[in-house]
Design a protein around this ligand. Structure first.
Ligand code: PLP
Length: 391
C-alpha cells in the first residue's frame, strides 16, 4: 500500500517564471547599443525605487554584492559589530566579514522565526554599529521595535529583504523604511535577473557611496574630483569592486517587475491553500503571521511537532522526496557552519533557531506552480503525516 508516489515528476521547492515578453525584452537589448551600464540599468533602478516607494535604488551583480556594498556605505569596518539573525542565508552575515566587521547573532522569535528585538537589545555593546534584520520567508521583521532600538543606540539598519519584495509593514512597502534595504533577483526569488541585487535608500550619501563602490571606487563627478587633468579624467578614491549588473539582466528585471502583482497573488493564494489544508493537523505548525506585516510569501515553512510523530525530520524529508515533492530546509543556522565554528561561534548561542532548524521543512511555493501541484503537496503531506502517527 502507498507504494506509488503522489507525483510522477519532481516538483522543485522554487523556480522562476519566464515568458515570451521576458525573452523579447532580453533579445531587444542584445540587438541594441549597450550590453552593460546602459539605459535599462537606470530604468530598472527607477522602477524598483518607485515600486517600493523610496528615492534611490542601486543595482548590483547579485544580492550578496548589494549587502557588501551596503555594509561599506554604512562604514562597517574592523572592530565593528553588526547584529543579524542566525536563521538566514550565509550572505546576511558574510557581508559583515567582508568589511572586517564581526557578525553577532541574535536569536529568533518563536512565533515569527524573525530576529527578536529583545534578543537584539541583549547583544548591543559599544562596538555595535548596525542591525541587519532578515524578513524570513517574506514576513517583515518587527521593524517598529528594531527602528526604536536603532534610534536609541544610534545604529544603522540594513534590511535583508531578499525574501520580501512586495511585502509591507504597517502599510509601507519594504524597501522604503530603513536606512538601506537589499533585494535579490536570484531565480527562486520574487522576480529574477538570473543573478542580481538592489539596494534601496532615501539617503543621498549612501546612494553615492553605493554607486561608487559598485564601480571600483571610481567617480567622474567633477564636484568630487580632487584634481582634473581633462575631459577623460576620473578618479579612483577608495577600493571598490566591479559589482555591476548588465543591461541584459536589467531588461529582464524590468519585464519581470511588470508581473509582480500576479506573482504575489499566486504565492498568497497557494499559501492560503496550505494554511487551510493544515489547520486541523496538530503535528504541523503552519506559518504564524504577525498583524503588523503583510508577507510576500517567498517560502512556506512548516514546523513539525516531532513528539507526536514516530519518524524523524530527516525521514519525513526523505519521504517527501520519495513522493517527488522537492521540499527543502531553510535554514542551517549560520553560526553552525564549519567556517563560523572555526571563527569561534559556539553552538547553543541561539537555542531557539537551533531547535527550529531540527523541526522545519520548506514546502514548494512559486507562482509557476499549478493548483494541482499545490494539491499534490497537500496530499503528500497528509499521507506522510498519517504514516508517521505514533501508535
Ligand atoms: C538570496 C538571499 C541572499 C543573497 O542573494 P544573492 O542574490 O543570491 O546573492 C541574501 N539573503 C537571503 C536571506 C537570501 O535569501
Amino acid at each position: 500500500m502507498n507504494q506509488e508516489p503522489i507525483r510522477d515528476s519532481f516538483l522543485s521547492y522554487g523556480k522562476q517564471w519566464i515568458d515570451e515578453e521576458d525573452i523579447k525584452a532580453v533579445t531587444a537589448v542584445l540587438e541594441g547599443d549597450y550590453l552593460t551600464t546602459g539605459p535599462y540599468i537606470s530604468n530598472f533602478e527607477e522602477a524598483i525605487a518607485h515600486y517600493v516607494g523610496t528615492k534611490y535604488a542601486v543595482s548590483f551583480a547579485n544580492g550578496t554584492a548589494a549587502l557588501h556594498a551596503a555594509c561599506f556605505a554604512a562604514g562597517i569596518s574592523e572592530g565593528d559589530e553588526v547584529i543579524t539573525s542566525p536563521l538566514t542565508f550565509a550572505a546576511s552575515a558574510n557581508c559583515v566579514l567582508y568589511q572586517g566587521g564581526t557578525p553577532i547573532f541574535a536569536d529568533v522569535d518563536e512565533k515569527t522565526y524573525n530576529i527578536a528585538p529583545e534578543e537584539i537589545e541583549k547583544k548591543i555593546t559599544t562596538k555595535t554599529k548596525a542591525i541587519i534584520p532578515v524578513h524570513f520567508t517574506g514576513q517583515p521583521a518587527d521593524l517598529d521595535e528594531i527602528t526604536a532600538i536603532a534610534k536609541k543606540y544610534n545604529l544603522i539598519v540594513i534590511e535583508d529583504a531578499a525574501h520580501a519584495l512586495g511585502a509591507s509593514y504597517q502599510g509601507k512597502r519594504i524597501g522604503s523604511i530603513s536606512d538601506m534595504t537589499m533585494f535579490s533577483f536570484h531565480p527562486v526569488k520574487h522576480i529574477t535577473t538570473g543573478e542580481g541585487g538592489m539596494i534601496t535608500t532615501s539617503n543621498k550619501d549612501y546612494y553615492e557611496k553605493l554607486l561608487q563602490f559598485r564601480s571600483h571606487g571610481i567617480t567622474r563627478d567633477p564636484s568630487k574630483l580632487t584634481e582634473n587633468h581633462g575631459p577623460w579624467y576620473y578618479e579612483m578614491q577608495f577600493l571598490g569592486l566591479n559589482y555591476r549588473l548588465t543591461d541584459i539582466q536589467a531588461a529582464l528585471g524590468l519585464s519581470q517587475l511588470k508581473k509582480i502583482n500576479r506573482f504575489l497573488n499566486l504565492r498568497k493564494k497557494y499559501s492560503s491553500m496550505y494554511d487551510e489544508a493544515f489547520k486541523d493537523i496538530s503535528s504541523i505548525t503552519a506559518p504564524y503571521q504577525d498583524k503588523n506585516g503583510c508577507s510576500s510569501w517567498h517560502l512556506y515553512v512548516i514546523r513539525l511537532d516531532l513528539e507526536t510523530l514516530s519518524k524523524t525530520r530527516n525521514e519525513i524529508f526523505n519521504a517527501f522526496h520519495q513522493e517527488n515533492i522537492g521540499v527543502n530546509v531553510h535554514y542551517i543556522p549560520v553560526h553552525l557552519f564549519p567556517y563560523y565554528q572555526k571563527l569561534g561561534y559556539k553552538r547553543g548561542i541561539c537555542p531557539k533557531a537551533e531547535k527550529l532548524y531540527q523541526e522545519i521543512i520548506t514546502l514548494p511555493l512559486f507562482p509557476a506552480m499549478t493548483e494541482k501541484d499545490v494539491e499534490d503537496v497537500i496530499n503528500a503531506t497528509k499521507k506522510i503525516i498519517n504514516l508517521s502517527k505514533k501508535t
